[in-house]
Design a protein around this ligand. Sequence first.
Ligand code: GLV
Ligand code: MG
Length: 297
Amino acid sequence: MPGSSERFLEKGPSIPADMTFLDLEDSVAPLEKESARSKVADAIKNLDWGDRIICVRVNAWDTKWTYGDVIEVVSNSGDRLEEIMLPKVQSAAEIVALDLLLTQVEQNCGLKVGHIGIEAQIETTRGLINVEEICAASKRLETIIFGPADFAASMEMPVLTGGVQIPEYPGDHFHYVFSKILMAGRANGLQVIDGPFLKIREIDSFRDYCNRTKTLGYDGKWALHPDQVTVLNEIFSPTQEQFDRAIAILDAYRVATEQDRKGAVMFGDEMIDEASRKMANKFVARGARAGLKPSAK
Ligand code: GLV
Ligand code: MG
């Protein structure tokens, strides 16, 4: 949600997303940056956001606005604000700097130290080179996000639209980037999210793109429009069949290990073991988050 637009901010709570971020960065014009801070804080405090995660994207450290964004927004939003998103992160030091600043602001405004988590966007070549250190830079880090539009600009790719497939390229031009960010995030226990798809009217291509990062293991993707939210909730949630099968695997594995004292057993016509339990756990957790209930047997 662009933080300078009261109209968009007011619409935010009606959109069924797991997380909403109110933006002070690239969707806000330079002349509106400072006045957007209080609009964002008021929207967080005064609107009913339900149980979604609320985050504010501040401006990057290479601008003049970052510290002012953090101090004003964190001091005035109350405890409903849970995360700050830092864009264009280039090094671990940028995360450490934000962590230290947050600690002081939390102490001064009466929030518990550590209340605010950090989401980091990887969207520059230097950020990708340093992604492993970035993901390990602070206990506050919760999420790592790929930013395809800025990344294409940073790479000087000859494209004019961010986050979409390039038909002339044989394969997926971001495959390496997706995998590298995913591995760095998972190695540090972070949630890993894919960024925006800018052709908001092309829902079929959007669906195709969601499937790519979902299949690699990403936890979700940004939406720039309510129609994209609908597709995301469908693609990133397990089906009822997958959910039921994951529960059945966990049940069978529990019987095998706890009653029969076996580590590997047959489940239908496939073998399951400890790794199967880990895979199944992820489906069950995601399905429960999406509101699925086990089918009656
Ligand atoms: C998101 O911020 C992007 O640059 O893709
Ligand atoms: Mg960006």
